[in-house]
Design a protein around this ligand. Sequence first.
Ligand code: HEM
Length: 452
Amino acid sequence: MPFTPPYPPRKSVGGPLATLCAARDNFIAVLTPSMFEAETVHRKYLNQVLFFCNSPKTVRQVFIDDAANVEPKSQQMIHVLRPLLGNGLFVSEGAHWAKHRRIIAPLTHISRLAQFVPAMSGAVAHRAEQWRAARGTEIDILAEMAELTADVIGRAVFGGKLGVGAAKKIVQNFSAYQRTVGTLDLASMLGLPDYFPRWQSRATIRAAESIKALVSEMIAALDAIDPGEREGLVSMMLDAFRAEGVAPGDVRDEATVLLMAGHETTANTLAWAWYCLSQDEVSWNELRDELRSLGRPPVDLDDVERLRFTRAVIDETLRLFPPVPILARRSREDREIEGHHVPAGSFVAAVPWLLHRHKKLWREPDLFDPWRFMPNGGGAPDRYCYLPFSIGPRICTGMAFALTEAVICLATLAQVARPKLREGHPVMPCARLSLRPGEYLPMVLDAGALES
Ligand code: HEM
């Protein structure tokens, strides 16, 4: 039976204020059926114009051709992330962003990927041992994947010597941070000016402060090591920033960006992939056969290249459950877009959750069908309607890293065990800072691909 994963009901939740309040809890639950067919979405909520680019043409027009007009991230996004990320890449703008991006993007470029494979395979081998011993027991796959990807990014950012132990503490604090912030900042959505006071709860500030303190400690420990002995992205950043005369303090913000951007997103992708594979026998069987033909865990980029179906499962998971379900910006100047007036200061977005499930773009858009990403499956109907890693100048710098990591982790663990959802456990996607399957995802570990 083809598998269609659950999604929130598509209906109006009431007037503007009710919609904004509901959007704070789960942004994707306020999207109406017509939005899954429209080329643009244009709404006015009190003082604020909201405009969604909802077709390849408008995405290209706004995010590529006119990217400078929507360079600033939305006020909502900045308000939510600044206490944690300071002036790090994800939220910075202008000359500061351009300079830091030029230094940071090459560090995780596809050409350097091979050097991170040991961090990935080392972390997942450790987890695979634990899964082998835990077969038959129930685990929270969401927490497991968060720890695993934090372990990977911890090793990649701080190197094999220091990064291994840092993961657990970081995950706990990130989860605390995420629990206490809403995706949408109501004051900004109502169009209130920047000087209007916005508050963060004490718990949010506390979680941000402990992450920052932990990251600073790790950087200081790394900086104390002889440069010839240091490894990892922070070590490269320290050298590159010093050479460019950037303040060493900025390294903390950028390291925090990499830790945040690089763990939660991949963790959610893997958790959703396990969920879909636990519900879809046909896809699991195809994956199992591919993993049997490899016969051992992937250890290098050639192995990753061979695992085509594993990669297709990841691509399809990113389509149905884009970890960043909305790419939100603020427009600098007035524009006319497809007949709509979009004044300066508007909330302008591309919404992967809508574009990836658009009825006029995709065949059976809500169905889990990894074959669409296999060589003869056609792939995405247009490059501007498949945006799990964003598009334009702010495109994710860690895309190649994340895809390689996801394939290595899924393949290695699926050889050892197959997680199956606890019977009767309700699953519903919820979009806060990222798109998650609720607070936890209980699964029982069954026999894996090499043993079933
Ligand atoms: C499945 C995993 C991932 C997904 C879906 C993802 C998605 C994204 C998206 C959508 C953005 C841009 C947001 C926007 O346009 O508003 C972004 C930015 C970014 N990502 Fe990723 N990401 C993933 C993994 C990673 C990893 C592993 C790293 C680092 C190793 C990373 C580093 C970054 C950085 C530094 C930015 C900021 C770029 C800038 O603003 O110039 N990401 N990511």
